[in-house]
Design a protein around this ligand. Structure first.
Ligand SMILES: [Zn+2]
Length: 75
């Protein structure tokens, strides 16, 4: 049996991940009805043009089935 090369994460990728900050998915699953909740809040745009969210941001979702609103605090 031949040993495969150990998997290593490219340090550049790791740095990019660190710059993106907390991610808010475009959709989440509704806790109440299992429907699809769509992101209402648009990502924060920084002065350097990068788009993202800040830790502690509240992002709002609206369920397309039961129309419930969900507010999620990012970590
Ligand atoms: Zn729902």
């Amino acid at each position: 049996m031949r040993m495969s090369e150990s998997f290593e994460v490219d340090p550049a990728d790791r740095d990019r991940d660190g710059d993106t900050g907390p991610m808010a998915p475009e959709t989440i699953v509704c806790v109440d009805c299992g429907g699809v909740c769509h992101l209402l809040t648009r990502p924060f745009v920084e002065e350097n043009g990068s788009v993202g969210f800040q830790p502690g941001d509240i992002v709002a979702y609206r369920c397309e089935d039961c129309l419930d609103r969900w507010d999620i605090e990012l970590e």
